[in-house]
Design a protein around this ligand. Structure first.
Ligand SMILES: [Fe+2]
Ligand SMILES: [Fe+2]
Length: 302
């Protein structure tokens, strides 16, 4: 049987625009797995455009300019973030110089950086927006719903192909954003909770939705962090350090197929791939991988 995730030229899907989105990259293990696996994933899934959430890519806390450059050079078209965006001090001055690195849209006016970008790609013009929810989030920003109504109306004057990374804690807030934007954007994909949900669907208006993409981080962990300190924290209520875990990484995200003429999604599927490294040999689901990053991006940055 043909693989349903790969475009079949006879049904017109070859002209469709295929986005790969990868959820929160956690620390060095997540980064390395992404840099090794991205080329293979792009080939296998016939991907036109890659978006990666990098909010935990620097030792689990934020992102550095160097890591952002590494992800972009390795094949990401846009890097999104979330509530951890400012955790690394250097990013505050850097973000204004790199429009492909987004912070949540709903920061107050005057915040560094921007929450959206429109890029030309070979098949279509595509907009990417990063927005943050407010329910159970420490840093409550401006109302994401009214902010998105305004922003999507503005972006639709440029292109109907719009991808939204909705960084939020609760399923209800993410679903509400997806439903509000149904028919107005191509996809709303949730991030932040690091656990992939199984509710992928295309809403009636043509918006692809997934409550949470999941993370790109170590499997033997709690949300990418070493297990024991987190358990101890819950058990004892005493402060702990939460180092990034080690070992095999699961890359989680989604692949969305869009009709570029209308901006409507025609298909969404979850992506979940195990990346292992044994004696320096990197593999995804048993297949050897070639490194896609610059050499220096392979160094420690914890
Ligand atoms: Fe995260
Ligand atoms: Fe987050």
């Amino acid at each position: 049987m043909a693989n349903p995730s790969v475009p079949n030229p006879s049904d017109g899907s070859a002209s469709r625009f295929r986005i790969l989105f990868l959820g929160d990259v956690v620390g060095e293990p997540g980064r390395k797995a992404v840099l090794f696996a991205l080329r293979r994933l792009k080939e296998e899934l016939s991907i036109d455009f890659v978006i990666i959430n990098g909010e935990n890519s620097a030792g689990g806390r934020g992102i550095t300019p160097r890591i952002s450059i590494g992800l972009l050079r390795a094949g990401a078209a846009v890097v999104t973030t979330g509530d951890h965006v400012w955790d690394q001090n250097e990013i505050v001055d850097y973000i204004g110089t790199e429009p492909r690195l987004l912070r949540p849209l709903n920061y107050p006016t005057g915040a560094p950086g921007q929450g959206s970008i429109v890029l030309e790609s070979a098949k279509t013009k595509v907009a990417v927006v990063n927005v943050q929810g407010r329910t159970f989030m420490n840093n409550a920003l401006e109302n994401p719903f009214t902010a998105m109504e305004k922003e999507v109306a503005r972006l639709r004057e440029e292109t109907p192909v719009i991808f939204v990374d909705m960084h939020a804690e609760t399923t209800s807030e993410k679903i509400a954003m997806g439903r509000m934007l149904d028919g107005k954007v191509s996809a709303v994909i949730g991030t932040h909770t690091h656990v992939q949900t199984a509710d992928e669907q295309v809403f009636p208006g043509g918006t692809a939705f997934l409550c949470d993409a999941g993370m790109c981080g170590p499997t033997e962990s709690i949300l990418g962090r070493t297990i024991d300190p987190i358990v101890n924290r819950f058990r004892s209520n005493m402060p702990q350090r939460f180092p990034v875990a080690r070992g095999d990484v699961r890359l989680c995200g989604a692949c969305i197929e869009i009709d570029p003429a209308t901006g409507k999604a025609t298909h969404i599927e979850r992506v979940s791939r195990l990346v292992t490294c044994d004696n320096g040999e990197w593999k995804m689901e048993g297949q050897p991988l070639r490194y896609a990053g610059a050499e220096d991006a392979n160094e420690e940055e914890e």
